[in-house]
Each structure stands twice: as structure tokens, then as C-alpha cells.
Design a binder for this molecule. Structure first.
Ligand code: ZN
Ligand code: ZN
Length: 271
């Protein structure tokens, strides 16, 4: 089992990193894609994954840096996909409305609707109870809502045999009960977006580095991957990483686009 990072960047200037997207490889086949952020179409093709092998596309939320590349990735092959995403809230449509607005006749890409069909799994974001999203062939996917300002947002936990990986997605880290959802995972993917001195709207949306480190510690995560890097400054990034490390003693890896992380043995290799 491997995690491959297609995009390790966040919104804004991320120094060439594509935005959020991940593949789960099992026995050499890319079976699950989490997020389809802007800039990840080329990374998807560079990864060598085959769209026909993707059994589940799981979107965490509908910010463009997590969802905007979906039509480009599905174009031109199309296919039939199971796709999971959050229910509606505030300015954001539910995942089924989002897909209809994009691919139905009258939507913005009806040409893709002609060759693409979806089985949509709409995950409620109205509480802290985990929802079972999907299960097949020894893989179990759970989701739980996380506090990301007023944006309906899901964290996914994927258990494959004896190994487990969780994607925090974007969140401000203000819900301590969330730690139970990611307890004892082998691999925790966190979304660094804010510096320690963040205030205002960004602080409502994104956790500080110290909060991420404390979350990884509370969850007892064996290995934490820092992704969604949202600064072009290597000094700012280094400062934030030091604060994460000050609060977490486990193995820490800084994500790079196309990097693969082994879940059974924790060796890391770039492609
Ligand atoms: Zn984001
Ligand atoms: Zn976001």
C-alpha cells in the first residue's frame, strides 16, 4: 500500500506545487483518489495511474484547490465513477449538485456528461459521527466532518488490511473529538496552510502549526505527512515545520508532488 501525493500545495503561490490530490496504490494499482485540486491533471498522468482503475474519488470539500481539476482529469477518457463529497452548506452545493452543475445538460461541461456517469455518495456534514462511505475488496473508507470555517468539509480515513491512512483535509483543529477519528493511524496527512501568528479569516479556516503537531500527537499517528503547503517562502515553511516538530515526536515527512510513501515500513521515495 502506498500513498502518492499528486499535489502538495495549497491555494495561492505554492512555489510550483500543484494543489491537493492524492492516490492510494494497492498492489500496484491506483484505486482511490482523494481530492482533485487545481494543477493535478498532469501529475495524475505522470503518476502512471489508469483512470479505469480508480474505484472511488473522494472530495474533501469544494474549494477550488481541492476540486477544480475534476473535469480536466476526467477529460477525455470519461467513465463510470463512484464519487463521494460533502452535503450542502452556506455558499457550497452538495456534491451531487456540484456534479450536476458541471456535467449535466445545461451544466458547464455537458460534453463530459455524455461520456461520464457517477454514483454519488453524499456525506452529511451535520455532526461529529463518522459515516461509512465505501467498502470493497478489503478497503474501508470512513468520513467525518471537520471545522473549516463555514465550508462543509470532510476528513477521510481509509483502512486497508492492517494499515490505515487519514487525510485531515483543511481544518482549524478546534474539535478535540476529531482525534478519536484518526486515533492510531499509520499515516496522517495534515494540511498546513497558516503560520503560527495567523489571525482573522485564515485562522477561522486553518490550524496553526502548533495545533497540527498537537493533533498528530493526540492521535498517536506513527507517521505524519505535511501537505497543502501554502507559502513560497522556504524560511516561512521551515519555521512552521519546526513548530510542528516541537509538538510531535513521530516521523515527519514534508510532501512533494509525485512522492510515494509506503504504509508498511515507512520508507519514502520520490518518483
Ligand atoms: Zn485548501
Ligand atoms: Zn479549503
Amino acid at each position: 500500500v502506498q500513498l502518492q501525493i499528486l499535489g502538495s500545495g495549497g491555494p495561492g503561490n505554492a512555489a510550483g506545487r500543484a494543489s491537493s490530490a492524492y492516490l492510494i496504490w494497492v498492489d500496484g494499482v491506483a484505486r482511490i483518489m482523494v481530492d482533485t485540486g487545481s494543477g493535478t491533471k498532469d501529475q495524475f498522468h505522470l503518476s502512471g495511474a489508469d483512470l479505469a482503475d480508480i474505484e472511488l474519488i473522494a472530495l474533501s470539500h469544494l474549494h477550488p484547490d481541492h476540486s477544480a481539476e475534476l473535469p480536466a482529469i476526467l477529460w477525455p477518457a470519461g467513465g463510470n465513477f463512484q464519487i463521494a463529497g460533502p452535503s450542502a452548506g452556506g455558499l457550497f452545493p452538495a456534491i451531487d449538485q456540484f456534479l450536476a452543475g458541471m456535467f449535466d445538460i445545461g451544466g458547464v461541461y455537458p460534453v463530459l456528461g455524455e461520456r461520464t456517469s457517477f454514483e454519488v455518495i453524499t456525506v452529511p456534514v451535520d455532526g461529529s459521527e463518522p459515516s461509512r462511505v465505501w467498502r470493497a475488496n478489503g478497503i474501508s473508507v470512513l468520513a467525518r466532518s471537520v471545522p473549516h470555517g463555514d465550508v462543509p468539509t470532510l476528513s477521510y480515513r481509509i483502512d486497508i488490511g492492517q494499515t490505515s491512512i487519514a487525510f485531515t483535509s483543511d481544518q482549524n483543529g478546534s474539535d478535540p473529538s476529531y482525534n478519536d477519528f484518526v486515533r492510531d493511524v499509520d499515516l496522517l496527512v495534515i494540511h498546513l496552510a497558516a503560520a503560527e501568528d495567523v489571525v482573522g479569516r485564515i485562522a477561522e479556516l486553518h490550524a496553526k502549526p502548533s495545533v497540527w503537531g498537537q493533533m498528530a500527537t493526540a492521535a498517536n499517528a506513527a507517521h505524519t505527512v505535511v501537505s497543502h503547503i501554502s507559502t513560497a517562502s522556504s524560511e516561512v515553511l521551515a519555521g512552521s515545520l519546526q513548530i510542528v516538530r516541537d509538538n510531535y515526536d513521530g516521523m515527519l515527512t514534508v510532501a512533494e508532488d509525485l512522492m510515494c510513501v509506503e504504509l508498511d515500513g515507512f520508507a519514502t521515495e520520490g518518483l
